[in-house]
Design a protein around this ligand. Sequence first.
Ligand SMILES: C[S@@+](CC[C@H](N)C(=O)[O-])C[C@H]1O[C@@H](n2cnc3c(N)ncnc32)[C@H](O)[C@@H]1O
Length: 241
Amino acid sequence: MPLPYQGGKQREAFEIARRILDLEGDRRLPYFEPFAGMLSVGLCLLQQSPRPARALDLNPDVTAFWQAVKDGWLPPVDVTKEDYCRLRDDKVPSAERLFASVAASYYGKLFGGYKWKDGQEVARRNCLANYRRKIAAVAALVPEVANGCYQDEDPIGMLIYADPPYAGNNFHGRTREFFQFDSDRFWATMQRWSDSNIVIVSEQIAPDGWVVMWERPVVKFGGRLFVEKLFVHIDSCIFDL
Ligand SMILES: C[S@@+](CC[C@H](N)C(=O)[O-])C[C@H]1O[C@@H](n2cnc3c(N)ncnc32)[C@H](O)[C@@H]1O
């Protein structure tokens, strides 16, 4: 899928999307992804099974990016170190800012350090051209992506894939305060949503009542190995349908 992203699922997106669709069976519910990021799973799922869809993210750069892609915008062909520093220091949310923050950073970490050195101009342009091609290829699939917090949502009758900041790893760029993530509150909300939606959660660990429906060891950017898991609540309405 289009871009690397901190905590992103681009490597295992196809398989996760497949598992979600298997669980859904032949109901075809509208899709909702409350932690959009680079939408790696959502775009795979919508490619395999088109349907009405929407997404949400608290980061205004993410929402500006998807809105622009939806409107036909394509990323610049180059992001120099000067561009990167200018966009990093300019706090106005924009598609260009999001693109530079992940495409030109190590491991897709939001402004996590400019990844090219002097003399790597050809590699840089090739890499950016590749991202640009991938973004153009998915543009028609991009759902409406709103800016906001999942806590303000009250979905009903939807297929929901939630990939939140993982517990203990709650720093998603910008300021710590902005993205301080309350995992207990998150799980309580997902349990409530499971009464009237099919909710599937990516996390490492879950509270009692959540069961693993899929797991696989994966090597993340930087060589870290960990086990990706998908959870579904034992009392989920899926089991009554
Ligand atoms: C792990 S990333 C999602 C990655 C995505 N699945 C992908 O493959 O690219 C989590 C996302 O949740 C967003 N986020 C954090 N807190 C949020 C909140 N309270 N409401 C909505 N989005 C939030 C972050 O900005 C980040 O983009």
